[in-house]
Design a binder for this molecule. Structure first.
Ligand SMILES: C[S@@+](CC[C@H](N)C(=O)[O-])C[C@H]1O[C@@H](n2cnc3c(N)ncnc32)[C@H](O)[C@@H]1O
Length: 486
């Protein structure tokens, strides 16, 4: 199938493609959208895709009503399928080869589906997302922020695939060829790398793959963006960014896949890194924190992450609400209690400054600690403890990056993991510098000096001091090395 057939298909389904737009091969992986320089001038609206043709869970379910023997039973499950999974199951079915044939030609979406990329034939190592990597290549990611999400996603997709496979065998009883895991991860990648979030009824958001608009590649200097209307999704010129010469030269139309996607996330979801020419040095890294014990993690209720941002000028900022839970202990007025109820289930609750927060989870616990315990002179003390904890974590991350058994000298130039490691190493080093400065500053504040002086007093006097300040120390398990602050 060709891009001409795509135009005919688009016409048939009322997708408006401006004369100024062409779909063609790009130096980025696969296809892309380009200005067609034979037109007079760039229009504001480049593409308009009606909502009825979007690949959303609800549209797929509607389509399934006319495919009662195939798609419909494949969408059945004993659990509630996530919207993403519904669309992934659709892609899996239409792209599967039954004998020599796929369902692509018969599909309502045929000419569009026929142009979708296939990482198994992509050829180059670059542009192939980590979900398709072999074990040896995955192991190279150890120490980077890519590794934990990659392993988690592999486990999740494997479980989803096992469930779908069983259903598949029941639906296609007469087919000799079964469904392969590789087909499922291709379908998942096509969805994950093309999906956008759209407001559906003004309140809820829904995930949608927007045919043809999804051929837009990512650029660090986007010259277009998508907009939503009640009945369509449009691709429009980001006017201020499009110079007349860009347009006349038939430049590629690129959008932003999200302003806060770091190298790791781009590689994880889309399979590429910005080239050195495109990379400004701006970076986002999210590192999981495994310390604190299971009860504390349960109270937090989500994967605790440290989020680090470096801007193009090299200024660094970080955030981690979970560190508030790690930096206090019973002596500060923070306790986690585990009780077993009559039906043998466990209740885990946090107590902050004498008040038990029943059923409260996540950032609300951090907020309670912040507002009730990080007060008076303890504000600076707890801030310093957070800085020390983060310093410890960051040193560990840097060590882990350095511990790789993988031989860098054998790195092929197109191996993105080598670049990712360098970029993350730079972020961790900048973070350590920043923390060192912050530590020096906090350690010299009167509140911290006062607190430390109290800690060094003989026991009787010390307890008096502690009573006055309302704190008696921190027994948190991860605070070794900062005894003087307890
Ligand atoms: C939404 S699709 C864009 C269209 C895609 N090129 C195609 O052929 O269908 C996203 C995928 O395009 C590729 N891509 C997008 N922007 C890129 C870039 N700046 N550099 C390299 N590959 C890119 C990646 O393979 C990514 O997973």
């Amino acid at each position: 199938m060709s891009t001409e057939q795509l135009s005919t298909w688009a016409n048939l389904h009322s997708i408006l493609i401006s004369d100024s737009v062409q779909v063609k091969a790009t130096e980025h992986a696969g296809l892309g959208l380009f200005y067609n320089c034979s037109s007079e001038k760039a229009p504001e609206r480049l593409l308009e895709v009606p909502r009825t043709i979007l690949l959303t869970a609800s549209n797929v379910r509607t389509l399934a009503l006319s495919q009662k023997d195939t798609l419909l039973p494949l969408l059945e499950s004993e659990r509630l399928l996530a919207a993403r999974e519904v669309v992934v199951r659709f892609f899996t079915l239409v792209l599967h080869k039954f004998g020599e044939e796929t369902r692509v030609p018969q599909s309502f979406y045929g000419p569009y589906l026929a142009l979708l990329p296939d990482p198994w034939t992509a050829g180059s190592k670059a542009g192939v997302p980590p979900m398709f990597w072999d074990e040896e290549r995955c192991a190279r990611a150890i120490g980077t922020s890519l590794y934990a999400p990659l392993r988690a996603k592999q486990r999740k997709l494997r479980a989803e695939f096992e469930e779908l496979s069983q259903r598949w065998q029941a639906v296609f009883v007469h087919e000799t060829e079964t469904l392969a895991y590789e087909e499922y991860i291709r379908a998942d990648w096509l969805v994950s790398s093309r999906v956008i979030e759209l407001p559906s009824d003004g309140v809820e958001w829904e995930l949608a793959v927007v045919p043809i608009l999804d051929f837009a590649n990512h650029g660090s200097q986007p010259n277009a963006r998508y907009e939503n209307t009640d009945d369509s999704v449009e691709l429009v010129c980001a006017e201020s960014e499009v110079s007349g010469s860009d347009y006349r030269d038939g430049a590629e139309i690129v959008i932003s896949y999200g302003p806060d996607k770091g190298s790791s996330e781009l590689l994880f979801t889309y399979g590429f890194l910005l080239t050195p020419a495109e990379y400004s040095g701006e970076e986002h890294v999210k590192m999981p924190v495994s310390s604190g014990g299971s009860a504390l993690q349960y109270i937090y209720g989500r994967v605790p992450l440290v989020e680090i941002h470096v801007d193009a000028e090299g200024s660094i900022s970080w955030e981690c609400e979970y560190l508030w839970l790690l930096c206090v202990g019973p002596d500060d007025g923070f306790e986690v209690s585990v009780s077993v109820t009559h039906d043998s289930s466990e209740e885990i609750d946090a107590t902050v400054a004498g008040e038990t927060l029943v059923g409260v989870r996540g950032n609300e616990v951090a907020t309670a600690i912040r507002s009730r315990l990080a007060v008076g002179k303890m504000a600076a003390v707890l801030m310093l403890r957070r800085v020390l904890l983060l310093e410890q974590l960051t040193t560990g991350w840097l060590d882990a990056l350095g511990e790789s058994e993988w031989d860098y000298s054998e790195t092929p130039e197109d191996e993105p993991i080598a670049t990712l490691r360098q970029r993350e190493e730079r972020v961790f080093t900048l973070l350590l510098d920043e923390l060192e400065e912050r530590k020096q500053h906090l350690a010299e504040t009167p509140d911290v000096l006062d607190f430390l002086a109290q800690q060094q007093q003989p026991p009787e006097e010390k307890s008096m001091g502690a009573e006055e300040s309302g704190v008696t120390g921190n027994e948190g398990e991860d605070n070794e090395g900062e005894d003087e602050l307890r």
